[in-house]
Ligand binder design. Structure first.
Ligand SMILES: N[C@@H](CCC(=O)N[C@@H](CS)C(=O)NCC(=O)O)C(=O)O
Length: 325
């Protein structure tokens, strides 16, 4: 019998990752196994073997959901959506909220039970996305940047259509460029919004917000010259940026105090968000109810009454005209 962690043992990343300057410092992910097409790593890419635990609110989990869709892997990799509320016990399962379901794979009540099944000694953060191996009964990987690379390259015989099997979001000739973009987009923007929101000193906030808007200005400049971040072809760099930007005006702008500008104020960036949103399969991965309710209801230290603001209404389906660039 696995010993279960008590609520007090649950390490909520956003609460515990602070340094003495009041800055938010994200912890590194713990499970880093690799699925390969040939199985040489011990984790072979196979249909119905892997299960993805996600929150529809979480930008990191959202990356994995988008790549799973774009690569036509929805019938190959199953998914459970957790309750949007991140409570005292961490992520949990419910069938009483739209799109959420109980954990029929591991029959757990809290996601921490899944992590502890993989490693009873585990004391790290309990985060989504979490990729579970139904065969080996363990967590394969809980780092989104790696999960999307595996979905992109290792499941190529299993995708639904030829086009989806051939889609390459990290092509050889663009690797350097994509890595270079990720190198600044991650700290300044993806993690940057959290660094603004969870700052516990004015200095920490000032530094994070400056880097964030320098980053967004840079994105706008790049996207004024090319359709996507690494040129005229969609890559993982765009997916990684998109999941932050699609949450920006509805949540971060108010909740994380990133209110110098909104994404709709950046014409090229906003058009690029709509471009990615309108790609086949992407819109159905975006759920603003989960997104808004998760952040505003869960982070009681920055929104004590859990009130969810009413707006803004954004038209993600408005024409983007980026294909004419
Ligand atoms: N580096 C991880 C970060 C994942 C992460 O921090 N996820 C958040 C949700 S947005 C989480 O699960 N937090 C749980 C907690 O703070 O307790 C990745 O990119 O996969």
């Amino acid at each position: 019998m696995t010993s279960l962690a008590t609520d007090a043992d649950v390490k909520q990343t956003w609460r515990t990752s602070m340094n003495d300057k009041g800055e938010f410092v994200r912890k590194t992910s713990a499970f880093r196994n690799w699925i390969t097409a040939d199985g040489s790593s011990g984790f072979k890419a196979e249909a119905n073997r892997y299960h993805l635990y996600v929150s529809l609110a979480c930008p990191w989990a959202h990356r994995a959901l988008i790549v799973r869709k774009l690569k036509g892997l929805d019938d190959v990799i199953s998914v459970t959506v957790v309750d949007w509320l991140l409570g005292e016990g961490g992520w949990s399962f419910t069938d009483a909220k739209p799109k959420c379901s109980l954990d029929t794979v591991n029959n757990s009540t809290f996601l921490k039970e899944v992590y502890l099944k993989a490693n009873p000694e585990y004391s790290g953060s309990i985060t989504v996305p979490c990729l579970w191996d139904k065969q080996k009964q363990t967590v394969v990987n809980n780092e989104s940047s790696e999960i999307i690379r595996m979905f992109n390259s290792e499941f190529n015989t299993l995708g639904k259509t030829d086009e989806q099997r051939k889609l390459n979001l990290y092509p050889e000739d663009l690797k350097e460029k994509i890595d270079a973009v990720n190198e600044w987009v991650y700290p300044q923007i993806n993690n940057g919004v959290y660094r603004c929101g969870f700052a516990r000193s004015q200095e920490a906030y000032n530094g994070a917000v400056k880097e964030l808007f320098d980053g967004l200005d840079k994105v706008e400049a790049v996207l004024s010259k090319s359709r996507y971040l690494a040129g005229n072809q969609l890559t993982e760099a765009d997916v990684r940026l998109f999941t932050t930007l699609v949450r920006f005006d509805t949540v971060y702008h108010t909740h994380f105090k990133t209110n110098k500008r909104r994404i709709v104020d950046y014409p090229n960036t906003w058009a690029c968000v709509r471009d990615v949103y309108q790609l086949p399969g992407v819109a159905e991965t975006v759920d603003q109810e989960h997104i808004k309710k998760h952040y505003f209801e869960s982070h009681k230290s920055i929104n004590p009454f859990g009130i969810v603001p009413v707006g803004p209404d954004l038209d993600f389906m408005a024409p983007h005209n980026r294909d004419k660039m």
